[in-house]
Design a protein around this ligand. Sequence first.
Ligand SMILES: *[C@@H]1O[C@H](CO)[C@@H](O)[C@H](O)[C@H]1NC(C)=O
Ligand SMILES: *[C@@H]1O[C@H](CO)[C@@H](O)[C@H](O)[C@H]1NC(C)=O
Ligand SMILES: *[C@@H]1O[C@H](CO)[C@@H](O)[C@H](O)[C@H]1NC(C)=O
Ligand SMILES: *[C@@H]1O[C@H](CO)[C@@H](O)[C@H](O)[C@H]1NC(C)=O
Ligand SMILES: *[C@@H]1O[C@H](CO)[C@@H](O)[C@H](O)[C@H]1NC(C)=O
Ligand SMILES: *[C@@H]1O[C@H](CO)[C@@H](O)[C@H](O)[C@H]1NC(C)=O
Ligand SMILES: *[C@@H]1O[C@H](CO)[C@@H](O)[C@H](O)[C@H]1NC(C)=O
Length: 452
Amino acid sequence: VSAFSWEIMSHRRLFLATLSVLLLAASGVAANNTLTRRSAIGGDQRLVSPGDIFQLGLFPLANGTKWYLGIWFTVSPAAVIWVANRDRPLNASSSGTVTLSGAGDLVLLDAASNNETVWSSNSSAAAPSAVAQLDDNGNLVLADAAGAVLWQSFDHPTNTYVSEMRIGKDVGTGAEWSLSSWRHAYDPSASDFRYVMDTRGSPELHIWRKGRKTYRTGPWNGLRFSGIPEMATYKGMFEFQFTDTADEVSYMYHACDGSPPSRVVLHESGVIKRMVWDSAALRWRSFWSGPRDECDRYGVCGAFGVCNEVDAVVCSCVWGFLPRSPVEWGMRNASGGCARSTPLQCGGGAGDEDGFHALRGVKLPETHGSSVDAGASLEECGRRCLANCSCTAYAASDIRGGGGGSGCILWFGELVDTRFIDGGQDLFVRLTLRLHLQSQSRLRSLSQSSLY
Ligand SMILES: *[C@@H]1O[C@H](CO)[C@@H](O)[C@H](O)[C@H]1NC(C)=O
Ligand SMILES: *[C@@H]1O[C@H](CO)[C@@H](O)[C@H](O)[C@H]1NC(C)=O
Ligand SMILES: *[C@@H]1O[C@H](CO)[C@@H](O)[C@H](O)[C@H]1NC(C)=O
Ligand SMILES: *[C@@H]1O[C@H](CO)[C@@H](O)[C@H](O)[C@H]1NC(C)=O
Ligand SMILES: *[C@@H]1O[C@H](CO)[C@@H](O)[C@H](O)[C@H]1NC(C)=O
Ligand SMILES: *[C@@H]1O[C@H](CO)[C@@H](O)[C@H](O)[C@H]1NC(C)=O
Ligand SMILES: *[C@@H]1O[C@H](CO)[C@@H](O)[C@H](O)[C@H]1NC(C)=O
């Protein structure tokens, strides 16, 4: 019966409102968003957020053979934003009960196995007076009588983040807010893909597949991630908040008032995707997904390689560098990268100085071995790079305020995963002065030839 009513609800939205009202009325928790020790929900019962934006309850997957406790958008029940018992499904909705334990933890019990606890919030701070509440932002919050938060679903993301939900790290406690994809569309257990904040260097988000990095967003540049120019096109819809302090490194977005439901999902295929609900067409529209193309494949052009999606051959070497293995490069395998054609002088003698070649409009290379000083000017940044023989490049860490930007990122060693991108910024790559001068005159001749 439950599986059948679910089918109707997920496919015939018309029935949804009527049905859920009937079910809720029948269960005596009419539009209630609160769970206490004396109340419980099970079967078809739900918690409903005050504005009926989100619902919490048991939902089926795998043709109704497996049941999970989750939170979903009321307008789109298939858009599940959080799952509690990812690895331990119930066999039937009728056997599940969601309630608060004596200690005050939120628990899912299975009557088919003597009310064994299938899932628990395991809050270290649980209090017997706790109540659980589903908010209109989709957060399930367990709070004590004084209102202090003991546990919240936003601190335990599954494969989705929504407005006001953080991705990143609590540096103090070591807690991490990260995504892990479902195994299949019908199996929400955690698979190999993860979306995590790399806090070293200038922080950025990475997709990992097991021990292998597959994608980077590029570092935060004050406005957006360096590799996601689409973020500049959401004005009036989303606002972004990036926190980089001694206590916390995190990123979140806020949906502006009146903007439609939205979510960002790490899909089973390893693609991270931002979706927005189209209430006229009753479907989710894709606004952005990453990796967006071949050039977003992590390290596709190797060290000191640079990727350009519009070139016939996407990989080339940075000016002053040559392919390390020309044969493989010729066979379109650029992952071996490039090596410097002329060694750096590094103050080797009078007049033997190094300079920089400006790569304009790029997603900045991997920053995790780099050093960041938000207080330095770009000019100072260049001087600092020249003063250290192992410095290979520099760039502004913050492009707000225009000009060349401010702040300083210094790279030491190889430059990995650099690409040209619309709305990209300038990267200054260190070269011997002779090559630097050549690159200047080459740029001059390029701009002259484009005049005619
Ligand atoms: C919701 O449930 C709680 C706990 O059972 C109860 O105190 C409250 O009155 C209910 N609210 C509504 C609107 O039914
Ligand atoms: C669900 O049922 C369909 C049709 O019977 C079948 O093709 C599919 O494999 C089933 N899916 C799962 C996950 O069992
Ligand atoms: C659920 O079904 C599976 C497969 O039929 C079975 O192995 C398992 O014991 C069942 N679990 C419970 C709690 O009944
Ligand atoms: C399991 O818990 C439910 C709800 O608290 C209760 O009605 C039921 O009798 C319990 N079943 C068993 C086997 O303990
Ligand atoms: C809660 O703790 C139990 C026992 O330590 C553990 O088996 C279970 O996986 C934990 N559940 C969650 C959701 O962390
Ligand atoms: C590509 O080149 C790298 C080193 O240059 C080598 O390790 C790798 O095996 C090559 N990949 C393929 C698919 O040939
Ligand atoms: C150059 O920078 C590296 C990395 O920050 C640092 O370990 C090294 O001490 C610096 N060298 C000099 C001469 O400042």
